[in-house]
Design a protein around this ligand. Structure first.
Ligand code: PLP
Length: 453
């Protein structure tokens, strides 16, 4: 397969082999969120955004595994580095305090591991003074540990603040912060003391025009709830404010400058640690390394995962517990390959200037999507290659996802009636042209779907 000339080529999805694999998988797998009609064949050709399925269909993948494969498939920008090593068994490192070395000197090590990944993460977070990392296995664990760090730092705290529409993971701790869909949380026990405030509903809003109820000319809901006059929460007792700088699962919701400035100001003024969940939005997806970098806020803790292949809680050393064994994880940092892939991904972003590429390819995609927008499109939005198209109804959105898939373009829904597009960070102009033109054909084809709510 040649990425420069590849095109989607499908003969009907799901094909018979995919149906067999899905049925086999479903025999023993607990029902989960997604049931893709496409099954990637890891023995067949794939390059960047192009992938071959078990029936030989070639697809253009604009999901990047929800950002967990930020450079698509078999990308030489990371693969060449991996191939240079005569790798040993990709063992799991048992115990957070055990790590591997490769040769006598970490500075000259050819094989990066979890120690190098932590160094890279602190380099890209230096503007926030962050110098310390705790590695774990998943996004949820990265957020859980951020909560623990914040509570350890403020032992008397009884409260935390989260935002409407949020998604922070599926462990019991993170579900207490997750406010997007009730299917995630129904009947599960909640951590006490989590206060919920609205998340911005209009990315251009000001205090005068705020539509979500968060901002008003007399101050924000967050600020009023903490006020000595009339508030019901003592700021001294608040361990953290946690937010996704751009909401993912909740619908690719981009907050306004005014909203973010106020969240940052309250965190500063009341000395409440601000945890930013960058699990979907981080590692270059938005054209900055962290989505928080777009806004006037100063995060105290960053939770990352997905594109890193491991979970990471990043902060300043003074916030982390000094006591040994306060945090821990048997497999924190993943296996030998996990941390290495995370390190190579950060290096690829830097060596190939992929932040700039994400910004320019994102601009290209937004322009094309806006120019070609059908009447059913309510909004086209995005930063870098974290892109979204919102439709008039959920039925229309679902029809577009299906029409795109039948043409060989993989997309993902989010929120109630939005499609998210996450092309690889090194997407080319041709790939964006191709993907958007297929997407616009799909929107046209779905145009006749009855617009029911
Ligand atoms: C913003 C955000 N936070 C947390 C998580 C949870 O990550 P994980 O599924 O790795 O536990 C996700 C996963 O989609 C996410 O998008």
């Amino acid at each position: 397969m040649d990425r420069d000339t590849a095109e989607p080529d499908t003969g009907g999805l799901p094909g018979p082999n995919a149906a067999r694999w899905v049925e086999y998988h479903g025999t023993h797998a607990a029902p989960s969120e997604y049931s893709h009609e496409f099954v990637w064949d890891i023995t067949r050709e794939a390059d960047g955004p192009f992938v071959t399925d078990v029936d030989g269909n070639v697809l253009l993948d604009f999901t990047c595994h929800i950002g967990a494969a930020p450079l698509g498939y078999n990308n030489p920008k990371v693969l060449d580095k991996l191939a240079a090593f005569d790798l040993v068994e990709p063992m799991k490192i048992a115990g957070q305090d055990l790590y591997f070395g490769a040769g006598p000197d970490p500075d000259d090590s050819l094989v990066p591991g979890s120690s190098h990944l932590m160094e890279r993460l602190t380099e890209v977070s230096a503007e926030y003074g962050m110098d310390t990392v705790f590695l774990s296995n998943s996004g949820a664990e990265a957020v859980e540990n951020a909560m623990k760090v914040a509570h350890d730092h403020k032992p008397a705290a009884k409260y935390g603040y989260a935002f409407g529409g949020s998604f922070h993971g599926r462990t019991l701790g993170t579900l207490s912060l997750t406010k997007s869909k009730e299917v995630y949380t129904r009947h599960y026990p909640q951590i006490a003391g989590i206060e919920t405030v609205p998340f911005c509903a209009d990315r251009t809003c000001t205090a005068e025009t705020c539509a979500c109820g968060f901002l008003s000319e007399s101050g924000s809901q967050l600020r009023r709830s903490l006020s000595p006059e009339g508030g019901h929460v003592n700021p001294e007792e608040v361990a953290f404010i946690v937010l996704e700088p751009i909401q993912g699962v909740g619908g690719y919701r981009f907050p306004s400058e005014a909203f973010m400035r106020e969240v940052g100001a309250v965190s500063d003024e009341y000395d409440i640690p601000l945890i930013v969940d960058e699990i979907q939005s981080g590692i270059g997806r938005t054209g900055e390394f962290w989505a928080a970098d777009h806004y006037d806020i100063e995060p105290d803790v960053i939770a990352a995962a997905k594109a890193l292949r491991v979970g990471a809680t990043v902060s300043r050393s003074e916030l982390f517990p000094a006591e040994k064994n306060r945090l821990g994880s048997t497999f924190g940092g993943g296996d030998l390959l996990g941390s290495m892939m995370g390190t190579f991904t950060i290096e690829a972003i830097e060596e190939h200037d992929l932040l700039a590429n994400a910004r320019s390819r994102g601009r290209q995609a937004k322009e094309l999507l806006r120019d070609g927008a059908h009447d059913s499109v309510v909004d086209v939005r995005g930063k870098g290659l974290m892109l979204a198209v919102e439709f008039d109804t959920p039925a229309r959105r679902d029809a577009v996802v299906a029409e795109a898939l039948s043409r060989g373009l993989l997309t993902l829904g989010c929120g109630k009636k939005t499609i998210r597009l996450l092309p690889p960070l090194d997407s080319t102009e041709r790939e964006i042209d191709l993907g958007v033109s297929i997407f616009l054909e799909a929107v046209e084809a779905a145009g006749s779907v009855t617009a029911t709510a």
